[in-house]
Design a protein around this ligand. Sequence first.
Ligand code: GLU
Length: 483
Amino acid sequence: MSLHKPPLSNASRHDEKSFFQKVNQHFESAARFTTHPRGMLEQIKICNSICHVTFPIKRDDGTIETLHGWRAEHSHHKLPTKGGIRYSTLVNEDEIMALAALMTYKCALVDVPFGGAKGGIQLDRADYSASELERITRRYTYELIQKNYIGPGVDVPAPDFGTSETEMAWILDTYRSMAPDKLDAIACVTGKPIELNGIRGRREATGRGVFFGIREACTVVEDMKSLGLSPGLPGKTVVIQGFGNVGYHAAKFLREGEAVVTGILEVEGGLYHPKGIDVEAVAAWREENGTIRNYPDATLIDNPQDGLELECDILVPAAVENQITAENAPRLKARILAEAANGPATAAADELLKQRNMLILPDTYLNAGGVTVSYFEWLRNLSHVRFGRLGRRFEENRHKIMLSAVEKATGYRFSSEEVELIGHGADENDLVNSGLEDTMINAYHEMREIHKQRCPTEDLRTASFITAIDKIAASYRQAGIFP
Ligand code: GLU
């Protein structure tokens, strides 16, 4: 289900700012609302370290190719650093530093105790066979080990655009083979397959977090009113750009939450149906046919970029950066822009969108679900025990005793569905999803409150950066580094 094709067109040419400059511009807009000393702000903003590796790989036809990869550790205020590894032709040093910086702010915002990092290899994975990708991933991991850019207490990668559980399994295996007696080696990477000490719910986590975030935003009556929308998610129309792991799961959960997914956009084209599209059916269609085109129960949008301008309540860009530009921003009709992707709008587009009565759910907040569940996976790996393993049965037995006491006292007979619902003890999935839900709800209100108190004329993005900067500053202060 991951996007293996080249990403949707990169429209950064409309914007002079690089991605990292754009992130830093957001940082500076927020820094104005804080009182931290300039030296501390500089330390928070700067990218602490980056490594650029080039390495050869032998193609299946025997030729040798040189590839470029990077890993940036943006902030060491907490360790390990954390962030995904992406495979894309857009990968370059600036992009990786920008994405690592976003990881720092994202983790701080949702109270995940990591510094931010990001890695990537510049390639189009569609050009390589599975065994070539395995050789590339293992060699890249080897480079990271050599340079001390990976380890359970150092820097912990995860999936990102163009990578999945499969690559994480190769990373783990390579790391483990180089550190055979390290007890905690399994915590060197997250987003692993369940069979290799991954955690239930990680694959869906970013999309599920996007859903929780949008749902929470829609519950705030005052905010919905000022947008001219009714409160609550049910009935709201949604257009999703990108049908990879994040886009697909966000669409699926939003639909289950009774939103109406009217548009799905991918590299090869888009689909539109005013009454809603069956997300699972489109996923099955794409799986079988390799494209969403020709899906029978929706109208085809030939150029997927046009789909961004569809009439809808919520637009969810879930692909790559710089999809919304100064050129197309004035034509967006959505009332809520839900940034599931990192940096989906250019700096110039951000400025234009800010002027409009539009609710922007910033990437720093909205796509934090992935790293939140990665944190749970890392904890699980360090404790070497599955969540729920010790308490589930005990909890279940207690519930059963309680239910039969209630039946005895009242004469009421619980149906088998009720017994199942009330009686069952929390397993790993329940605990992960509840931890994720709690994280997304709390962070939303914390960010919203900062917005109200500190920067009511700005957008939620500025509030998200203020929240993050304050938390990072507090940890530097506690470490005695700054007064
Ligand atoms: N790649 C995801 C992100 O950008 C997840 C990172 C992680 O789990 O470490 O947030």
